[in-house]
Write a protein that binds this ligand. Structure first.
Ligand code: PFF
Length: 457
């Protein structure tokens, strides 16, 4: 690929307005990571101290890297693999940096495979709630339903397939006005229902237990692995380290402020996660459930709450529909870097999305089997199932590593004049703070957490 001047637009089009970029990026960030993952890992790693590390990572590592990703995407106006190559060329450095784009794009491919499985669970729960399955349910009955799902690979495959097909359908059509409009209705609705759930959590009599669990910091619970998982989650929940936000940045009109957009997106994502925590943990404590019960946490606590609320079946159905939509707006962004790259190589969007979706769907089958046929110890590696390993590898290793390289690329490798031109930060102090963050704080932080986990420190 040869070029002299970087493009003003992308071959995939541009977002119509700044708020649509914010909406799409927030749609990408807010997803299963907030509703399903954040509560269960917080439960597993002991609460407050874990939450604090996660918040620090969002602030000092995640947000600066998000600014870097948007800046890189918008400057190059191409899929991450091509974007990094173009920017390297523009700054006169090795095009091998393109490998960074590849690493991220492949991480996305891996993540999509299990993301779709979990979203499939949520899809199944829409049906269960609509049927009134949990009405007046107890902790035991909801748990039995969930265990039944995990023990049934055929059922999981069905819902995984359905979700993947929906995601691919949307990606294949391009991120159209229909989806953007749906997101616009969906986000406020999700937030309203979330507040309603927090309200319900307040009536359980255990609300303060939830608050203490989330916010009381006890450093003795902070193992090196907990710190790594908290950092990994800050990447996962903000959609960073794999190029999703870079791909979306490529469609962002030039005249808008990157810094302010990132601030809004990170705030929405974080507030959302904390609210979900405030809804879920009081229910956990009120019903004698185990906070460390793992990936099933949301699928047990929320149905339990809905089962005991007036009109709970209806509200619960709507809630899970919204969860599915939140997952969809994330899933499409996970697939976008790969699909956009294939389109730039000359493939049609439909073919690209279908091939990538189908292969990722196939890989997802192994995550499904991790809960039943392949759940035995003889199939485990490092004491973890295939799904646990894939999740660990992508979220806790590949995303932070991708983030580290992105920070180094934006902070050290790209010419500063180009970076400044793209960012156009009016406030010098903010620019300097960002620069220090991507050059030193973020790379060093990521490295220290990783070495600490490996036992080197
Ligand atoms: N941020 C999404 C969530 O919290 O559910 C998941 C995700 C989207 C991860 C995009 C990575 C990504 F690139």
């Amino acid at each position: 690929m040869s070029f002299t001047k970087l493009p003003e637009s992308s071959v995939h089009g541009l977002w119509a307005a700044r708020w649509i970029f914010i909406l799409a990026a927030a749609g990408s960030a807010i997803g299963l990571g907030n509703i399903w993952k954040f509560p269960y890992i917080t439960g597993m790693y002991g609460g407050g101290a874990f939450v604090m590390v996660y918040l620090l990572c969002v602030l000092f590592i995640g947000m600066p890297i998000m600014v870097a990703e948007v800046m890189m995407g918008r400057r190059a106006r191409a899929a991450p693999i091509n974007a990094v190559q173009k920017l390297a060329q523009e700054s006169g450095i090795s095009r091998r940096w393109g490998l960074l784009g590849w690493m991220g794009t492949l991480s996305g491919f891996l993540i999509l495979s299990f993301y779709s499985m979990i979203a499939g669970w949520a899809l199944y729960y829409v049906l269960l709630l609509a049927q009134g399955t949990f009405t007046a349910g107890t902790a035991d009955t909801v748990k039995t339903s969930f265990d039944g799902l995990l023990a049934n690979p055929g059922l999981m495959l069905l819902w995984h397939s359905l979700f993947m097909a929906m995601a691919i359908f949307i990606v294949a059509r391009g991120v159209n006005a229909g989806l953007e409009r749906a997101t616009r209705v969906m986000m406020p609705a999700l937030i309203v229902l979330l507040f309603a759930l927090v309200g319900y959590a307040m009536t359980t009599g255990h609300f303060m237990d939830g608050v203490h669990f989330l916010f009381d910091v006890d450093f003795s619970k902070l193992t090196p692995q907990a710190v790594l998982v908290a950092m990994g989650h800050s990447f996962f929940t903000l959609s960073l380290g794999m190029g999703a936000i870079m791909a979306y940045g490529a469609y962002m009109p030039r005249e808008h402020s990157i810094g302010r957009s990132v601030l809004t997106i990170a705030f929405l994502d974080t507030a959302f996660a904390l609210l979900v925590g405030l809804a879920i943990f009081p229910i956990v404590f009120a019903n004698g459930l185990e906070p460390a019960s793992g990936p099933g946490l949301m699928f047990v606590t929320l149905p339990l709450a809905f089962g005991n609320l007036p009109a709970g079946a209806l509200v619960g159905t709507v809630f899970f529909v919204l969860v599915v939509i939140a997952a969809l707006t994330s899933a499409i962004s996970i697939a976008e870097p790969f699909v956009a790259w294939a389109v730039e190589k000359g493939m049609s969007r439909l073919v690209a999305a279908t091939i990538i979706g189908a292969t990722s769907w196939f890989l997802g089958i192994f995550s499904i089997l991790s809960f039943n046929w392949l759940a035995g110890d003889e199939y485990k590696l490092f004491g973890r199932t295939f799904f646990d390993n894939l999740d660990f590898l992508t979220t806790n290793i590949l995303l932070p590593l991708g983030g580290l390289l992105i920070a180094v690329f934006a902070g050290w490798a790209m010419k500063e004049t180009k970076v400044m031109k793209e960012l156009e930060m009016k406030n010098q102090a903010v620019y300097i703070a960002w620069r220090i963050a991507v050059r030193i704080v973020a790379p060093l932080g990521i490295l220290l957490v990783m070495l600490n986990f490996l036992g080197v420190l």
